[in-house]
Design a protein around this ligand. Sequence first.
Ligand SMILES: Nc1ncnc2c1ncn2[C@@H]1O[C@H](COP(=O)(O)OP(=O)(O)OP(=O)(O)O)[C@@H](O)[C@H]1O
Ligand code: SF4
Ligand SMILES: [Mg+2]
Length: 332
Amino acid sequence: MRTVVELPAGQAGDTGAGPLLEVSGLDVTYRTARGLLPAVRDVSFRVERGEVFGLVGESGSGKSSLVTALMRLLPRGSEITADRLEFDGTDLLTMPESRMRRLRGREIGLVPQRPMTSLSPVTPVAAQLRRLTGGEVDDARLHELLTDVGLGGLKARLGDYPFQFSGGQLQRMLIAVAVLAREPSLVLADEPTTTLDATVQAQVLRLLLDLRERLGNTVLLVTHDLGVVAQVCDRVGVMYGGRLVEVAPTRQLFEDPQHPYTRALLAAMPSNQARGERLRPIPGTVSGAQLLPGCPFAPRCDRATALCWEVDPEPTEHAGRTVRCHHPGSPA
Ligand SMILES: Nc1ncnc2c1ncn2[C@@H]1O[C@H](COP(=O)(O)OP(=O)(O)OP(=O)(O)O)[C@@H](O)[C@H]1O
Ligand code: SF4
Ligand SMILES: [Mg+2]
């Protein structure tokens, strides 16, 4: 039976040794002026403890909606339903909001996409960083945290405002509070380097990965950068039109992509793709894909048959990978 967020709160489950995050049949629907928009549809995946799970897909495919749903921070009026949405064995959907507030930051850390816009422009950074840790750190601890992320030299400037720092410095500060301050077991990073220039992107990503090695946390990394996926992710989920169309260990995905959309993405990636380059466009547009009755990729797929236009494929599992396609596999 499906559980809706607005239902009365239930009991949290026991902490177990299963996957850290288990998502099954997740739907996210926005209420818009033009009607209901299903941004995430029937998405199922697991993130194992200690792994880096990458989430890729072109703009509008539903990646941020998925991440935001995990934190239960979707805008008012939107709806989350799922067969299962569990973090560390605990049901996130029925968790009371008071418990959810404690969990955010403490057990699940969020590294935002745009450091500048996630901070207020009119409040000094020190006050904001302390607030983001739930008021749990004093100035001395804040200095320690910032030194730990290579910002020890900024100690005297923490009364400054966000615009007085570079995007890379702000992102390091936010990583210090999201990852280091309370050492959450799961870190959600939604395109954490997109707004930074290429050199700084590499440094910030290195910092996230170094912290992950040190703290042993689990990372769900949303990225447009297939070069990053290839180098740092253990497994990858590919999103298209609100669907998770393929999930596979990274190497298998790159060596033998099964879904036509994954194949098109990889074919559009030059073998010498530089870090920091966004996904190259493939022919056609993702616009409206969520609303099609059949497979969302049918209008752009060179394998589409009548069945594809009429029936949305169910996910099928084989040898540790999941594919959502009527005609998967390598080209004949
Ligand atoms: N608050 C909202 N209200 C209404 N529709 C929304 C809202 N946020 C996102 N959407 C729509 O939901 C769909 C998925 O958007 P989402 O931001 O999750 O995609 P994304 O994969 O994160 O894209 P990007 O790579 O550009 O960040 C899009 O059609 C988007 O327009
Ligand atoms: S289900 Fe059909 S249209 Fe969709 S990706 Fe597979 S072959 Fe293409
Ligand atoms: Mg996004």
